[in-house]
Design a protein around this ligand. Structure first.
Ligand code: UGA
Length: 405
């Protein structure tokens, strides 16, 4: 099929690359012409495992452009532009701009909204612009985006059957369950799913708090035991310093605001957000308990990205921890495999800075940080993501593990 993709961020780039690899002809558009130039020259500005290779492999049927006219002749256009929050409320300006630009080139393609939008948005756009709109929310995770797009747990499509079926055909190759429903249900499924994931993480983080007070308790084992129950499931029960990224914090906030406008208060999601906000104080408390006063200490922080396998630091809890430690007067140096942002002091290798630090704190769950286990470390190691084996360290403290002894 001839397919357009508007908005070449994580979702747009991965969607374009995977659909090109499935034999479709893709026009990928972004209004940022510098970004387009980089995609065209093979200098992919997004770090996502496997993405660059997939784009380069498919460059024959994957064209990047900033010119809307190139979308003429496409049968389906995916819209994957950002929907940031403004004062806690979703801002749909980019979505509206994309739709009017599609209208201006007289294309009657089916417009598929991949961007996260509040329920009712698709139908409103349909009425205002007289276009065929289908909602097809995205469930991919950064760092695992290609695999999630190839094998999603489910594909959700909302809209009139005739158009929804056409979009369903695009995703048939995944062999995943496809649910065709109303646009409103599809839009709601996205918010409800992300909010549930945030709640699951905050739930286990509260159990972790409890475990820290109970001798012989460990949240890892508690989560494992809970996860065997198929009604609960083992995933997203990893206790840590909290969730970040461009989705869970933003979507929970916008969902609460949206509910308020309907006269409803979603108390459980509010609580999940409050718990998440307390995570930084919590890890600092664990550090103080184990090491003493933070001010003046030289600390090596492992990780700055919001999770493993990405260079993304948006709403990163690790980044918040870094600033909180600095505020406490600590001397912090960061090691992160890929994320490099201005204003932060980095060390090039862990070994290189070991002689000049007093303690280590793990802030991002990069699997390569397990190398710390083989370093025979004598200094305190504080595990904010529970990725290390406590027995490999002389002085260890971790989230969700009794540290009073
Ligand atoms: C999230 C959802 O998982 C995707 O399904 C969704 O498509 C995406 O948002 C989106 O709306 O676009 P993502 O933000 O990429 O994906 O990352 P997650 O894997 O969900 O991780 C979010 C945060 O939760 C990270 O900071 C991670 O460290 C933390 N986390 C995750 C935990 O603390 N514990 C866990 O058990 C899992």
């Amino acid at each position: 099929m001839n397919i357009g993709v508007i908005g070449i961020g994580f979702v747009g780039a991965v969607t374009a690359a995977v659909l090109a690899d499935q034999g479709n002809s893709i026009i990928a558009l972004d209004i940022d012409s510098d970004k387009i130039a980089r995609f065209n020259s093979g200098d992919i500005p997004i770090f996502e495992p496997g993405l660059k290779e997939l784009i380069l492999k498919n460059k024959k049927n994957l064209k990047f452009t900033a010119d809307y006219k190139m979308l003429r002749g496409t049968e389906i256009i995916f819209v994957a532009v950002p929907t940031p929050n403004l004062n806690g409320k979703i801002n749909l300006d980019y979505v509206y701009r994309a739709i009017s630009s599609i209208k201006s080139i007289n294309n009657d393609a089916i417009i598929v909204i991949k961007s996260t939008v509040i329920p009712g948005t698709g139908s409103k756009i349909k009425d205002e612009f007289n276009v065929n709109i289908v909602s097809n929310p995205e469930f991919l995770r950064e760092g695992n985006a290609i695999e999630d797009t190839l094998h999603p747990d489910r594909v959700i499509i909302g809209g009139e059957e005739e158009y929804a079926e056409k979009v369903a055909n695009v995703w048939k190759f995944t062999n995943s369950p496809i649910l065709i429903t109303t646009r409103e249900n599809a839009e709601l499924i996205k918010y409800a799913s992300n909010s549930f994931l945030a709640t699951k993480i905050s739930f286990i983080n509260e159990i972790a708090n409890l475990c820290e007070k109970i001798p012989n308790a460990d949240v890892e084992t508690v989560a494992k035991g809970m996860g065997y129950d198929r009604r609960i499931g083992p995933l997203f029960l990893k206790a840590g310093i909290g969730y970040g990224g461009s989705c869970l914090p933003k979507d929970t906030e916008a969902f609460i605001k949206y509910a308020e406008e309907l006269g409803e208060e979603i108390k459980i999601i509010k609580a999940a957000r409050n718990v998440n906000e307390e995570r930084i104080e919590r890890i600092i408390k664990i550090m103080e308990n184990k090491i003493g006063k933070i001010g003046g200490l030289r600390i090596l922080q492992m990780g700055i990205s919001f999770k493993e396998n990405t260079n993304d630091v948006r709403e990163s809890q690790a980044l918040k921890l870094y600033y909180a430690l600095i505020k406490k007067g600590a001397n912090v140096i960061v090691f992160d495999p890929v994320s490099k942002i201005e204003g932060i002091r980095y060390c090039e290798s862990i070994k290189a800075c070991l002689n000049s630090i007093d303690a280590i704190v793990v802030a991002t769950e990069w699997p390569e940080f397990k190398i710390l286990e083989d370093m025979d470390l004598k200094i305190p190691v504080i595990d904010g993501r529970r990725i290390l084996n406590p027995e490999k360290f002389e002085k260890y403290a971790g989230i969700g593990r009794h540290y009073g002894d």
